[in-house]
Design a protein around this ligand. Sequence first.
Ligand SMILES: *Cc1c(COP(=O)(O)O)cnc(C)c1O
Length: 349
Amino acid sequence: MFDINKLLRENIKTLVPYSSARDEFKGKADVFLDANENSIGSPLAKNYNRYPDPLQWKIKYKLAEIKGVPPQNIFIGNGSDECIDILYRGFCNPGKDNVIICPPTYGMYEVSANINDVEVRKARLTDDFQLDLIHLENLVDENTKIIWICSPNNPTGNSFNREDIETVLNNFEGIVVIDEAYINFSRQKSFIQELTEYPNLVVMQTLSKAWGLAALRLGMSFASEEIIEVYNKIKPPYNISQAAQELVAEALENVEQVNGFIKELVQSREELIKELAQLPVVKKIYPSDANFLLVKVIDARAIYEYLLAKAIVVRDRSKVELCEGCLRITVGTKKENRELIESLKTFIV
Ligand SMILES: *Cc1c(COP(=O)(O)O)cnc(C)c1O
């Protein structure tokens, strides 16, 4: 049985969070002398002399509508990085607890663990890039607090079998994070509607990919209210700036445009696969549910350098276990994809 109190760090359980001026005052007022702001104004127009809403309710209500999840089940972080880091600080005792990752996968789970002095155990994916449930289960002990699952996975691009993820959710009593940064490009269904089913589930998404807002730094965690409370207790009081909140609120009005981006990128991905498949330098293109392709080539380092000389930068993943000889290529604009293909055509095998 999932029991959040068995998972939480003692110092977080007993933590009295910082109470900001914006938290303590609720009601109506005209004169704000409670937060030591500059009451006269700011060099910018608007209300930038005032501290922003600590809990970003305006954005959460819009996200709630878009995602079909109540606003109190949403945490907004300064990028997914903050969503990741807060889970370590809330649940993992440094030098004692451990988490499990399934490599090859997103690097931040491990870096953030190292920063927080938390042991990382690795259940390598199978050769066809699926979860190895037996290996995973063998790594779990009484100090395992989090299992990180990235689906669609970076850098492999595929989604994991839904039944495998459900098996983990049903059998592990710690937190299961499903990072859905690329879910918009996927044929697979999101787990975001399953929050009431699984009290141990955290779904992460981001505005950095399909939404085209990487510069604003906005990551999201969707979870039970008790897990969201942990997030809110630990986060810096004003983790999302007023500028970001306003711009995101504006962006969230444009769901149709984003759906257009997704459609175009998925279509370009399929075209890119066809074009790449005809090139002599390409040995294998892995199936992708994301906005990038993992491509095995004849000489990854040489091709990486060759493209760089042509001012095209891709990600060299050839030293990553199970990705030997591979480049990770983001789907670009139609023009960029054409440039990439033309460049690869002139590489002398
Ligand atoms: C790009 C990416 C993110 C997004 O990170 P942000 O900090 O929100 O920009 C999250 N997870 C994975 C696996 C990614 O590849």
